[in-house]
Design a protein. Structure first.
Length: 343
């Protein structure tokens, strides 16, 4: 009889992050899982394409037995096998987030016996997911500090509703993830901004207008990049990040019908400015994304916000790994206490 770690998908924040974290940690620990009430709190509950494609890719990578792997399914079981390297092509067939798929696969790929190469097709930017720019310019920098070697090449951008974006990813095995201790930012160095917009919006100068909107909050940026892209459908994003001696803070906003380009840039800048004022080393979006790596390696981080996403991810991680998260709510510092030497 298989002993499953049982995950209630309606717990806490109740979103797709629970699925991604659970499947990834199941793969690297060898512990079978049963997830019920998947995304029960969402208006379209159950598995969506990007969740399913990520699970399927992870299952293929570790020869897992998967049941319930269907669009709309509210329950799955996942029994992992041995993690292997290789090349994988993952096509969501939608504008489903390539970054969310990558979140599911990254941890298992680090435990493969040789490099893992991925071609992921879908949406590179979306309203409720980290953008590929944020992954490359912010998350990847923290992973590099932790001795994780990952390279992401953006071949083509993809926006809602058609998607069609493509990224190529190379992930090298990591024998030892290094602890991350980030509670002091160090000296501020610069702020960068990039606005990427479909070529069909060049005449309206949408990218430049996004940057001009951000300048209502920041007088200037050290590096400005208005970029026009070949895409399958119209769309755009504005991404900015602030560099410090020891860390990076980021913010991304996605173009949406009915929102002026200037307003989008201003909104993105306001979020970054708020997080800069917090004196935290990690912005509001990074805390929950870095937690699985922090749990494996150890360390302490100061964060701009301790969100429900973050608290839910802590709850999931503690089910798999012999760790305890210690949270200093006043100073917004998250530390990892290891209960054993390994899992």
């Amino acid at each position: 009889m298989t002993n499953f770690i049982e995950i209630d998908g309606s717990h806490g924040e109740g979103g797709g992050q629970m699925i991604r974290t659970s499947v990834a940690l199941s793969a690297i620990t060898g512990k079978p899982i049963k997830i019920t009430n998947i995304r029960a709190k969402r208006c379209n509950p159950g598995l969506r394409p990007q969740h399913l494609k990520g699970i399927e890719a992870c299952a293929s990578m570790c020869s897992a037995e998967l049941t319930g792997g269907e669009i709309g399914s509210n329950e799955i079981t996942f029994i992992p096998g041995k993690i292997s390297s290789g090349n994988h092509i993952i096509d969501t067939g939608t504008a489903g987030s390539v970054v969310l798929i990558l979140q599911t696969i990254l941890l298992p790929a680090l435990h493969a016996d040789a490099p893992v190469k991925l071609e992921i097709i879908g949406g590179t930017e979306g309203l409720w997911a980290p953008s590929i720019e944020y992954f490359n310019e912010v998350l990847a920098k923290f992973l590099e500090k932790m001795n994780i070697d990952i390279n992401v090449e953006i071949v083509k951008h993809g926006f809602y509703p058609k998607g069609g974006g493509k990224v190529l990813v190379n992930i090298n095995p990591c024998k030892e993830i290094k602890p991350l201790n980030l509670t002091e930012r160090g000296k501020f160095t610069r702020t960068d901004i990039r606005a990427g917009v479909s070529e069909g919006l060049r005449d309206k100068q949408v990218a430049e207008r996004m940057i001009n909107g951000a300048k209502k909050i920041f007088e200037k940026f050290d590096c400005e990049h208005p970029v026009y892209l070949t895409t399958d459908c119209l769309g755009g994003y504005v991404h900015m990040h602030a560099h410090y001696e020891n860390t990076i803070l980021g913010s991304t906003s996605i173009a949406n019908k009915g929102i002026r380009a200037e307003d989008l840039g201003e909104s993105c800048a306001k979020i970054l400015k708020e997080d800069m004022k917090s004196n935290a080393c990690l912005d509001r979006y990074m805390a929950d994304q870095i937690l699985p790596f922090l749990a494996l390696a150890g360390g302490s981080i100061s964060v701009a916000q301790i969100s429900n996403h973050t608290k839910t991810n802590m709850h999931i991680i503690e089910k798999f790994l012999p760790v305890k998260f210690e949270v200093d709510e006043k100073n917004k510092i998250i530390s990892v206490k290891k209960l054993k030497n390994n899992f």
